[in-house]
Design a protein around this ligand. Structure first.
Ligand code: PEP
Length: 269
């Protein structure tokens, strides 16, 4: 972790935790915040060095915004269309999120790519549109197991990054764009990438960002790692110079575990 960039812990709740579960999660977090988090971790969160984010299902967004009000946890949406309104049954839009005060979106998750037809092209449209609308965007990418076994990891990352990311970034985009390397073979499988495997992909990504946007911008962009992150393995991953946080599925669903992830990250400051 490069301390200048800080750390971000983002919980992707996927299709879990409805409004009731969301309220229970938030209430547990409030009660245990001071008990479970050290002074150092709470200070890192208060001074903005450590970010805490959750991405609930659409139906839980408004309840989450309310339930986490006044806490340091920010709420984002897992799936937001690139158009601002219109005939797109089942989708939600940026302006709808703004109405309830949300500032974060997630794009390009491998499950959206695999099951819901997301392509690099639609990922780029969403990324550009959300940034233009002023959202912080977590842009996910990563190779499958067979792509890795065939020795194609770097070329897959190159394709997803070059096709999915905007050609240019404005100053405010640089503040708002976050990347998340998520090897598909590690998501929900318990097969976490080793810190060395993660760093190798993150370093490749950092070099791509240098080529695309220049050294100064590339140095500012956070690259999270996602794929079976747990309170037990998070410190080793975050110790890598180009790993700036975690995008966490399963281990973010229980408030105790989410707090442990924050504490693991906080202990590195
Ligand atoms: C994810 O959904 O982005 C993810 C990384 O899931 P898990 O942590 O469960 O592997």
């Amino acid at each position: 972790m490069d301390s200048k960039r800080g750390i971000l812990i983002a919980g992707n709740w996927k299709m879990n935790l409805g409004p009731k579960g969301t309220q229970e999660f938030a209430s547990h977090l409030r009660t245990n915040w001071k008990i479970s988090l050290s002074d150092k971790t709470r200070a890192a969160i208060s001074n903005g060095k450590l970010g805490a984010h959750v991405f609930p299902a659409s139906i839980s967004l408004a309840p989450a915004k309310e339930a986490f009000a006044g806490t340091s946890v920010s709420v984002g949406a897992q799936n937001v269309h690139y158009e601002e309104k219109g005939a797109f049954t089942g989708e939600i839009s940026g302006p709808m999120l703004k109405e309830i005060g949300l500032e974060w979106t997630l794009v390009g998750h491998s499950e959206r790519r695999q099951y819901f037809g997301e392509t690099d092209e639609s990922v780029r449209k969403r990324t550009e549109s959300h940034l233009r609308q002023g959202f912080h965007v977590v842009f996910c990418f990563g190779e499958t197991r067979s792509e890795r076994e065939d020795g194609r990891t770097n070329s897959v990352l190159e394709t997803q990054l070059s096709r999915g990311l905007p050609e240019k970034l404005s100053g405010s985009d640089v503040e708002k764009l976050v990347l998340a390397y998520e090897p598909v073979w590690a998501i929900g499988t318990g097969l976490t990438a080793t810190p060395e495997q993660a760093e190798e992909a993150h370093e490749y990504t950092r070099n791509f960002l240098i080529d695309r946007y220049g050294r100064e911008i590339a140095a500012k962009l956070k690259i999270l790692y996602g794929g079976s992150v747990t309170p037990e393995n998070i410190r080793g991953l975050l110790a890598q110079p180009n790993v700036d946080g975690g995008l966490v599925g399963g281990a973010s669903l229980k408030p105790e575990s989410f707090l442990s992830l924050l504490e693991g990250a906080g202990s590195l400051f």
